[in-house]
Every structure is written in structure tokens, then in C-alpha cells.
Design a protein around this ligand. Structure first.
Ligand code: HGY
Ligand code: MN
Ligand code: MN
Length: 430
């Protein structure tokens, strides 16, 4: 026997062509490098590419009659008012900023898939009890300001407005800019304290995202339900030695900061592997060498380090091992090593209720989803601080992400949006 909501659910037909066309259009807002392996996208937050993409997205949302609110850091809220607009809304969302030389699906599938879900529900004649809101979250990637999820951290209060506005550029040559300057130049001028949303602001939050891992594709499963999101941590290490002329400064007189950094980088890899657990990962993603001339002995190196685990205690154990090595490297090489904590976050757990709704929706579509851990972090990690959350994963080819050859199949994207639409409709009726 099909209940009325089941019946409606089956009528949800995502316009896959429109969704894929919009993803392809969004990918053009980028300093695209010619790439032989796919559609390379670079879209750093608050750059002209990002701002043009935001304008385009607002036009799409306006065309659907959604109300639009932008907060002081550029988080953008596209709302479809429900019949009881005073109730906490149901929300979905993700990000459109992309790291350099990235792909075109990371984050964007959640934003445009969310828009398509709302558009489809709206055009189906549904009148949701609770409002349904799509959220574009600012600066999910750490590229520009060295810490990820700036917008969702400010919403949930895990990043103070003062610290956020004082964040400096993390890219070489951008050290003098601050978030305060960059956001106001982009037109976002209000106090960051106004970004915070209270606990209970949302009835439920569901984010659609590519898996950024190989499991769904490898197991031939079209959809994943995220039950937990790994705990990321970020550190900055600065190594200071004695540099000078590559020819005249004799080896015994050198305190080569890059050689010391090399030992530190290998120590980070060694201690991540030493846990013997596949969930522990560590990466030194940037290495800035000063003065950066071939015939000058490096006197200062700055490393940005990313360490993750689903167990934050085990993650901290990695760093304790690294710190022991840092002490030895400093002594042996007579260099000064300083460590700055950027972030050390807890894992986020999905709401069992929303997971159950997702399971039921999948069942009604004849899908057996995979319950899984998210190894990448997501804005949902921080929205979890103010609302019950869950995530929908779709397969991405070879598990590849943060590369131009990142790819998600149109059928998988459309199915993800369809399950999202049905889930939003179910939650909005509660
Ligand atoms: O790094 C991450 O996990 C996310 O893609 N920003
Ligand atoms: Mn990413
Ligand atoms: Mn992402």
C-alpha cells in the first residue's frame, strides 16, 4: 500500500539535463587551466570567479521565487517559505569555492543539486509545512585563509568573529590581506557576530556531496549515507635556520631550513602510518621556502599540515610523536621550529533520525545505500553544532577529487538530488 507521501515521492522527477547543464555553467566561473585530464576548476573564495558564480546562482534562485539573504561573511540563504514559516526550517547546502587545479563537482553538486531538489518540489505543487532552505557556505576550502569551513564555523560558533576577521592570507604573497579586508571589498561588511545561528535554527540539515573516495564505485552502490565525518586538524610549522650564498656558505656553517623541513615532513608521514589504522591520514600540502632562490640556502620554511582521523585522541598521538621529532631535529640541526595550531576539530555524528528517513527514502526507491564515514570534512561537520545533520554521498570515478579528473556520472548526480528532494519533503512535513 503506497502512502500519499510515498506516491508523491515517486513522482519526483529531477531534470537531470538542467542540473548537469548548470554544473557545466558553474564550472566556467573559474581560472580554468587547459587540462587534458578533465575540467580543471580554480575558484578561490571572494575572487572575481567566485563573485560571478554567486551572482549567477542568485539569478537562478530569484527565477524560482526563492527569497535570498546574504550574511556578513557571504553565506547565502535561498529560502522557500513553508505554510508555517515560523517553524525551524529544513536546510541543505554546500560550497562552490574550489582549490587550485580542482574538479567541478566538489561542493557544487550539493549546491546545484539542492537547488534542483527545491525547484522540483516547488514545481510539483508541494506546499511544505516547514520552509526549505538552500545554503551556499563561504570559504569551505582552506586555500585562501588557511582554515576550512569559515562560513559554517561562524554559523555554529566554532570560530570567533574576531579570529575570523583577523585571518591572514595563507597563499604566498597574500600574507598581508585579512578576511576583514577581503570580505568587505567583496561587499560583505556587516559584523561577523551577526553570522551566528542559534541551536535549533534548523529542524534538519542534509548535504549532498560526492564521496571523494572509491568505496561506492568499488562496491557498485549508487548512494551512501554518512553516519560520521572525520575530525580534521590543521597546523602551521615554521622552521628558521641560517641561510646565505649557495656557493660561499660552507656546509658546516649552514642551518638549512629546507633540509630540516624535509625531516619534519617525513616525520609526519611516519607517525601517521605508525598508528597502523587506515583512518589516520596526514598531509603536508604546502611548503613555502624563503627566500626561494636556487642559489640561496633556505633560511625559513613554512609548512601547512593537515592531519585527520575519526578518533581525535589517535590524531593527537600522531602530533605528539611529531613533536618529539621536532625537538630532536631542532637540536641536531640548530634550527628553530615553531608550531601554530590552526584547528583541531571533533568528528561529527549524523542524526539517527535523519539517517532513518534517508534509509526509508532509499528503500522506496529500491536502493540499498551504504552507511559510511566521510573522510573529507564538510560544512555539515560544523552545522552539526546547531542542528541534526546527515549527508548523502554519490560515487565519484576512481574516488578522485581535488583534481581536474574528478567526475560524477549524471545518473548518480540526479539520483542523489532525487533522494535529497524526497528527504527534504519528508523532513519539512514533520
Ligand atoms: O579538505 C577537505 O576535506 C574538504 O574538501 N575541504
Ligand atoms: Mn574540497
Ligand atoms: Mn567539498
Amino acid at each position: 500500500m503506497q502512502t500519499q507521501s510515498m506516491q508523491r515521492r515517486l513522482e519526483i522527477e529531477i531534470d537531470a539535463k538542467r542540473l548537469i547543464d548548470e554544473l557545466n555553467t558553474l564550472a566556467t566561473f573559474s581560472s580554468v587551466e587547459p587540462s587534458v585530464i578533465g575540467t580543471a576548476v580554480t575558484r578561490i573564495v571572494f575572487t572575481p570567479d567566485d563573485l560571478r558564480a554567486r551572482t549567477w546562482l542568485k539569478q537562478l534562485a530569484q527565477a524560482e521565487g526563492l527569497s535570498i539573504r546574504e550574511d556578513a561573511v557571504g553565506n547565502t540563504f535561498f529560502r522557500w517559505a513553508g505554510s508555517e514559516p515560523g517553524l525551524p526550517a529544513v536546510a541543505t547546502g554546500s560550497h562552490i569555492d574550489a582549490i587550485p587545479h580542482a574538479g567541478m563537482y566538489d561542493g557544487t553538486v550539493g549546491v546545484l543539486g539542492g537547488l534542483e531538489a527545491i525547484r522540483t518540489l516547488k514545481r510539483s505543487g508541494l506546499r511544505p509545512r516547514r520552509s526549505i532552505e538552500l545554503v551556499l557556505l563561504t570559504s569551505e576550502e582552506p586555500t585562501r585563509f588557511g582554515i576550512g569551513c569559515v562560513g559554517s564555523r561562524l554559523i555554529s560558533g566554532t570560530l570567533s568573529p574576531e579570529r575570523a576577521d583577523a585571518l591572514h592570507g595563507a597563499q604566498r604573497g597574500s600574507e598581508d590581506e585579512t578576511l576583514a579586508q577581503v570580505r568587505s571589498a567583496a561587499g560583505f561588511t556587516g559584523p561577523l557576530s551577526s553570522v551566528r545561528l542559534p541551536n535549533g535554527h534548523y529542524h534538519a540539515w542534509v548535504e549532498l556531496h560526492i564521496e571523494q573516495g572509491p568505496l561506492l564505485e568499488r562496491e557498485g552502490i549508487p548512494l551512501g549515507i554518512v553516519t560520521a565525518i572525520a575530525a580534521p586538524a590543521g597546523y602551521r610549522f615554521t622552521i628558521e635556520g641560517i641561510g646565505g650564498h649557495a656557493g660561499a656558505l660552507l656546509m658546516p656553517d649552514r642551518r638549512d631550513a629546507l633540509c630540516a623541513a624535509a625531516e619534519l615532513i617525513l616525520s609526519i608521514e611516519k607517525h601517521a602510518l605508525a598508528t597502523g589504522v587506515i583512518d589516520t591520514v596526514a598531509t603536508v600540502g604546502t611548503c613555502d621556502v624563503y627566500p626561494g632562490a636556487v642559489n640561496s640556502v633556505p633560511s625559513r620554511v613554512t609548512l601547512q599540515v593537515d592531519v585527520r582521523d575519526i578518533d581525535p585522541v589517535r590524531r593527537e598521538g600522531v602530533m605528539q610523536g611529531v613533536r618529539r621529532d621536532v625537538e630532536a631535529i631542532g637540536k641536531l640541526r640548530e634550527v628553530r621550529v615553531s608550531e601554530t595550531l590552526v584547528n583541531a576539530d571533533q568528528p561529527a555524528l549524523s542524526s539517527p533520525h535523519i539517517v532513518a528517513v534517508l534509509d526509508e527514502v532509499c528503500r522506496s526507491y529500491g536502493i540499498t545505500p551504504k552507511h559510511m564515514v566521510a573522510r573529507a570534512y564538510h560544512d555539515s561537520s560544523f552545522i552539526a553544532g546547531i542542528a541534526p545533520i546527515a549527508m548523502i554521498f554519490i560515487p565519484c570515478r576512481g574516488g578522485v577529487s581535488h583534481r581536474p579528473d574528478e567526475y560524477a556520472a549524471p545518473g548518480d548526480i540526479a539520483l542523489g538530488a532525487r533522494v535529497l528532494a524526497a528527504t527534504l519533503a519528508t523532513l519539512a512535513a514533520e
